[in-house]
Design a protein around this ligand. Structure first.
Ligand code: NAD
Length: 508
């Protein structure tokens, strides 16, 4: 990746990276614009997939499924393995695209591609471990077992803030499980999608697999809805806002399809009196400010014991004052831009609401670098002291705002932590083992992710990833999430020569 701005232009870097990934540059013209949040500039124009072609993509994936489901799972895994190799080879190229479109600092953009490589490894292993159980039958001379089978076409709808990683969780597992994939990325990060898709196309070709097992559609919500409503799409895996989940979930359910929803978070950390405050400080700053507050797992609430709140907030305000905000290609930068003006406006509105609801802004919230880049939205991350968990604190504002609340009794901290509609990620910083255990217990954090002495963001791919309540309940990656991409069948084999019925029922 280019470490400096002087020797090159963003658009030229992007074109080079696309070409290196195998994207045909002659296809880059059309009615859509790919814009970079780094500068606000238009990087290129693009063609949109027509509604008719979205349906063709589903047709193709549906046809390809009929062949793909019969390919032995470890052979399917070989395609994913090759994809992982190509992603490793082109890690920097794809990271250039992620950075240009999502505004991530270099290390986080590279980390996003590394996450793809990691899930490929995981899915390759999984392709040899699609285990079913055998259980004792209550009838003599009978075998009772469960088997797992490919599900069908998986529709992947993804968010802007992880342009390629979350899609790769779905796709690596779905392909290993024998499914085919139709992907609709966010319209804000289409070039990254084209790069990742081109690398998968190469892997598929290198392995001699059917070309149509993966399809990319460049479409808006309407195109997404064609995927959502098509009964041939067995599973819709959708990542995005609660608003999107509320629209998609019932539509898929209405046709008895399956959905896997990964929606917004409102993640908190509890800081207890025994916490190592320096460790907590580092964990908080990374989780609250990383990716400019645009991660689903971004720390948005801090629930601090009243005895340490002044010390901690002083340290935090000081640390925020040292953050380098600016072009994410600069290795010294820690905070890149918000994705667009809509995000900036939402942040400003949230800060006004917070103050109307009794909050005090301790630091941040201002726009910076507006003169250099009038079309880009760089902001100082904000810390806001709140008197209570008011309406604005209950909302996910997708920007770097950290609300600070205080507690006296530990039970109160857990109540605050759980007292929001979302349930994605949570953390406690404590050196008191009893508090840590209570936080992790069934009466503790109600989130899909609960951490001790580590922040709320930056999950590894090995553990199941997802959240509860309005976060949607999906587990797209890690652990035994592969089961979401397969259908389960129970088989009873009778080798007794008799026909005994279950529960001792007599008939004929
Ligand atoms: P968004 O909801 O605006 O869009 C997400 C995707 O859904 C896009 O591809 C969009 O085109 C599509 N979409 C929106 N409405 C649709 C509809 N009615 N039918 C079909 N498709 C539709 O979200 P965003 O702004 O791109 O991303 C930010 C949000 O995503 C945040 O809320 C964040 O917390 C969430 N997110 C969650 C996770 C997670 O794993 N839980 C991961 C990343 C992002």
């Amino acid at each position: 990746m280019s470490p400096t701005l002087q020797d090159t232009t963003l658009a030229a870097d992007v074109r080079r990276a696309l070409q290196a990934c195998g994207v045909d540059l002659t296809t880059l013209s059309g009615e859509l614009e790919a814009r970079s949040p780094l500068t606000g500039e238009v990087l290129t124009s693009l063609p949109a997939t027509s509604d008719a072609d979205v349906t063709v993509a589903i047709d193709n994936a549906h046809e390809a499924f009929k062949t793909w489901r019969e390919v032995p799972a470890p052979v399917r895994g070989a395609v994913v393995k090759r994809w992982g190799e190509l992603l490793t080879e082109h890690k920097e190229d794809l990271a250039v695209l992620v950075q240009a479109e999502a505004g991530k600092i270099t290390s986080e953009a590279l980390g996003e591609v590394q996450e793809m490589i990691d899930i490929c490894d995981f899915a390759v292993g999984q392709s040899r471990m699609l285990y079913g159980k055998t259980m004792p039958s209550e009838r003599p001379g009978h075998r009772l077992m469960e088997t797992w089978h490919p599900l069908g076409v998986v529709g992947v709808i993804s968010a802007f803030n992880f342009p390629v990683a979350v899609y790769s969780w779905n796709t690596a597992l779905a392909l290993a499980c024998g499914d085919t994939v139709v992907w609709k990325p966010s319209g804000m990060v289409v070039l990254s999608a084209m790069g990742a898709h081109a690398l998968l196309a190469r892997a598929v070709a290198d392995c001699g697999a059917p070309a149509d097992i993966h399809q990319l559609v460049i479409a808006d919500r309407q195109g997404g809805q064609l995927i959502v409503d098509d009964p041939r799409v067995a599973l819709v895996s959708a990542t995005g806002s609660g608003r999107m989940g509320r629209e998609i979930g019932p539509r898929v359910a209405a046709r008895f399809g399956r959905s896997l929803l990964e929606l917004g978070g409102n993640n908190a950390a509890i800081i207890t009196p025994s916490a190592d405050l320096d460790l907590a400080l580092r964990g908080i700053v990374f989780s609250a400010v990383g990716t400019a507050g645009q991660r689903c797992t971004t720390m948005r609430r801090l629930i601090v014991h009243e005895s340490v709140v002044e010390t901690l907030t002083d340290k935090l305000v000081q640390a925020y004052g040292t953050l380098n905000i600016g072009d994410p290609r600069d290795p010294a930068t820690l905070v890149g831009p918000l994705v667009n003006k809509g995000s900036y406006d939402a942040m400003q509105q949230a800060l006004r609401d917070a103050q109307d609801q009794g909050g005090t802004v301790l630091t941040g919230g201002n726009r910076v670098l507006a003169e250099e880049h009038p079309g880009a939205f760089y902001v100082e991350p904000a810390i806001v002291r709140m008197p209570a968990q008011t309406a604005i604190v209950q909302d996910e504002t997708f920007a770097p705002i950290l609300y600070v609340l205080t507690y006296t009794e530990f039970a109160e901290a857990i109540e605050l932590q759980n007292g929001v509609p979302q349930g994605l990620s949570s953390a406690i910083f404590t050196n008191d083992q009893l508090e840590a255990e209570r936080f992790l217990s069934s009466a503790g954090s109600d989130c899909g992710i609960a951490n001790v002495n580590i922040g709320t963001s930056g999950a590894e791919i090995g553990g199941a990833f997802g959240g509860e309540k309005e976060t949607g309940g999906g587990r797209e990656s890690g652990s035994d999430s592969w089961k979401a991409y397969m259908r389960q069948a129970t088989n009873t084999v009778n080798y007794s020569g008799e026909l005994p019925l279950a529960q001792g029922v007599k008939f004929l």
